[in-house]
Design a protein around this ligand. Structure first.
Ligand SMILES: [Zn+2]
Length: 517
């Protein structure tokens, strides 16, 4: 199987082609290990294949998987066909326990029948690059790069049909020029495959050495050697180099399995489309021979250096990606704490707002004042209305007392002492201003006029002489007091003594209230 995974919404995706799983060829006499050692030793003809994304939830300490694609019941060969070129969006995976979201770290091929992981590949690595940026993956391709790669890979089979013959000729010529050494690099699996396709039986004990001796004896002419070389190399060329996408070539593993000389020659000479050429350069570095000599030594050295630089970069970006993952886990932690703190703050706030206001001139006070003022205004209007209905001449003060607020006078301090330096305005009669320790000013109290307003503003304490003041003036004075917060007292008599007592009472009461507040 070859396939890749991918993301549109997040601008990220994984071309599923990057997950390479190779199965046993049906006619293989023994397990043929592929480049990535992913050999499915199939006990059953079919299995239920699922493609999943996976991450660990750092909070719940659980592995979270999300199904990306269900292939259903498949034989390995079917899977291979079906998964050819799928692009799967890479999206954050939600944890079902804590609902936290984060980017998946692995792609998983899962066998649902046996409930087992067939293959697990880290995302955003050289093994499974993610296409698109913006997520914390070490190896990402830009969409343009991926498109170019896909274009190149799509055209490769046709391209190779055209260039194949010429390639095989050169490849065989190279092998024939070093026939004995070339044969040394043929793997046991290739001997089996090649001999089977040539219709020749393997020697009784098919060790590589025995096979090589057999081949040296058996294939004498160039024509025979060429045919044999093609048969022995078909697997390597067609099922490895051409089958596995160029960006995924496991060069080092190939060098170990198929011989460094052959693999290097193929890396240098396999026909590739221009779109894929950059990968050839990149893949060459790991194949550089350990000891270099001859005219190409300098060139090899340079390739090795570049390859090492690339490798360092890659390791660094993988390290950075790991750090980023850790950072994100830490941030996740902090965010949780922050959320808890916010919840606590809003809980406290709610608790506070439910509590009665206990101090200061708070909104509740303001509301109370507003209520009082509107009550006062209503009453004053009522009074004006009543007054219009009365006969003109007499604004006769009535007997009844408007809200007598006389508090029981306990051991009252001397009135002048309480009010010393203050101005008291009495409404209800005219008189000479009194300029003692306490100033007393008078207003006729017939109605609330400009004079009344001015005096009220000057006053520290207002006193209404209830038996002499008009209703209108009284209510206006009350409104004024409610508005400004100045104390207002009520006196039955009209003498200085009455006025002072009423003023001192209300003044003291207000002082006490303010102290209490
Ligand atoms: Zn969780």
């Amino acid at each position: 199987m070859a396939g890749k995974a991918v993301g549109d919404e997040a601008g990220l995706w994984v071309a599923q082609e990057a997950i390479i799983i190779q199965f046993l060829p049906e006619n293989a006499s023994q397990p043929l290990k592929n480049a990535k050692e992913i050999v499915l030793q199939m006990p059953r003809p079919k299995f239920h294949a699922q493609f999943l994304f996976e991450r660990a939830c750092p909070h719940c300490r659980k592995i979270v998987r999300v199904l990306v694609h269900d292939y259903g019941e498949l034989t390995p060969e079917n899977l291979d066909e079906k998964t050819g070129m799928h692009n799967f969006p890479v999206l954050p995976v939600k944890c079902p326990l804590c609902a936290g979201e984060d980017w998946p770290t692995h792609a998983v091929l899962f066998d649902a029948t046996e409930d087992r992981v067939v293959r697990r590949v880290p995302l955003g690595t050289a093994d499974l690059p993610v296409v698109g940026g913006g997520a914390p993956y070490a190896v990402t391709y830009s969409p343009e790069e991926q498109a170019e790669l896909e274009r190149g890979l799509a055209k490769l089979p046709e391209f190779f049909r055209q260039k194949g013959e010429e390639f095989w000729e050169r490849y065989c010529a190279w092998a024939l020029s070093r026939w004995r050494d070339a044969l040394k690099e043929i793997s046991p699996e290739e001997w089996a495959e090649g001999y089977a396709s040539l219709g020749v039986s393997l020697p009784g004990h098919p060790s590589p050495a025995a096979c090589r001796k057999d081949a040296e004896a058996r294939f004498a002419s160039d024509k025979e050697k060429t045919a044999a070389w093609r048969a022995l190399n078909r697997w390597l060329v067609e099922k490895e180099f051409l089958w596995i996408p160029v960006d995924q070539w496991p060069v080092e593993e190939w060098a170990a399995r198929y011989g460094r000389e052959r693999v290097t020659w193929l890396l240098l000479n396999l026909p590739l489309l221009e779109e894929l050429e950059r990968w050839r350069t990149e893949k060459l570095a790991p194949a550089v021979p350990k000891k270099t000599c001859g005219p190409q030594a300098v060139l090899w050295e340079r390739i090795k250096q570049l390859g090492q630089a690339l490798d360092r970069q890659r390791r660094r970006s993988e390290e950075l990606s790991r750090l980023l993952q850790e950072e994100r886990a830490a941030r996740h932690n902090l965010e949780e704490k922050l959320a808890a703190a916010r919840a606590e703050v809003s809980r406290l706030r709610e608790e506070l707002s439910g509590r009665p206001v206990e101090a200061g001139r708070n909104p509740e006070d303001a509301r109370r004042i507003a209520r009082l003022k509107s009550l006062v205004r209503e009453l004053r209007e009522e009074v004006l209305h009543l007054r219009e209905m009365l006969p003109r001449e007499e604004p006769a003060p009535d007997k009844e007392e408007p809200t007598p607020v006389t508090a029981p006078a306990e051991e009252v301090p001397r009135l002048e002492d309480v009010l010393v330096g203050r101005i008291v305005v009495a409404f209800g009669r005219v008189g000479e201003p009194l300029n003692g320790p306490v100033r007393i000013l008078w207003h006729h109290g017939d109605r609330w006029d400009l004079d009344a307003e001015r005096l009220a503003k000057e006053a520290d304490v207002l006193v209404v002489l209830t038996r002499f003041c008009s209703h209108e003036a009284m209510w206006a004075a009350k409104e004024f007091a409610a508005d400004t917060g100045k104390p207002i007292g009520f006196a039955r008599g009209s003498g200085v003594e009455s006025v002072l007592r009423a003023a001192a009472d209300v003044w003291a009461r207000q002082k006490k209230e303010q102290e209490f507040l």
